[in-house]
Design a protein around this ligand. Sequence first.
Ligand SMILES: Nc1nc2c(ncn2[C@@H]2O[C@H](COP(=O)(O)OP(=O)(O)O)[C@@H](O)[C@H]2O)c(=O)[nH]1
Ligand SMILES: [Mg+2]
Length: 295
Amino acid sequence: MWDKKVKEIMTKCGYVGVIGKTNAGKSTLVNTLVGEKVAIVTPKTQTTRSNILGIFTENDAQIIFVDTPGIHKSRNQLDKAMMKSVRGAISYVDIILFVIDGTRKLDVSEMEYIKKLSEKPIIVGVSKTDIAKKENVIQILTHLGAIDNILSIIPFSSNENNNIDVLKKEIIKVLPNRNFEYDSDMYTDSTVRFMSEEIIREKAMMALREELPHGVKVEITNFDETNNKVTYIDADLICEKDSHKGIVLGKNGENIKKIASEARLDIENLLNKKIMLKIWVKVIKNWRQNQNNMV
Ligand SMILES: Nc1nc2c(ncn2[C@@H]2O[C@H](COP(=O)(O)OP(=O)(O)O)[C@@H](O)[C@H]2O)c(=O)[nH]1
Ligand SMILES: [Mg+2]
């Protein structure tokens, strides 16, 4: 009994909502903080579509990061579902880590947003200091200095691992005293099936960068692990228009071959096992407008 009580007091654990504009560098930061790729990253906006947990445990502290889709205007049902994820995360997290893109001018709406989040402890990270202009970062810091509900403001670079430890320390300082929610060797609660879908979506977005708009989604239809040596995976890559199907396939199937071979390597790394991956390209007209298609 006594031992258990002491342990309860000794450990710290809490949820940290990673909030900010889309493309600010939230997912890259969560991956860097956690030390594993829990969320996919592309140069396109709105890569992250739902809240994803990244768990970091060290000694007596466990931080559960909630990577969110990012703040943006809602245009269709997918956007609305994404913004709902952001609001949902804000409501249950213990701390907010607000990420601001250090390469861009600070937006008035970002400042307003931060002011409105006043019920929770807020730490602000200014991202991409490896490529951001110093004057721009300083200007952001000056503007943010005028907001009094911010605990600390930390410029950082995920790519160069700069100030990541400082960010962690600041978070740990304000974590509530609580038992761990997850085993200390877990780094996400996502299933390998979901992570595999995300990997395929990332490879598709990267391969088709300029050509394809945001409307692709991936659904794994078969994930057969019964064989010890090989896992068999079938996935549907769904796009919105017939014309997109041709783009996804590419000349002589070049694009889809590239997507599949890159995804296969990453999924093999994830599972530590050989996989056989088949991707089928399908069209569901305007799937983003249809609520029934929302996950
Ligand atoms: N140079 C540089 N680029 C970064 C850094 N962090 C993120 N990026 C890039 O910014 C883009 C958006 O990143 P992402 O993490 O997906 O942003 P999110 O939408 O906020 O999750 C990607 O092209 C990343 O490679 C960084 O520390 N340095
Ligand atoms: Mg993201």
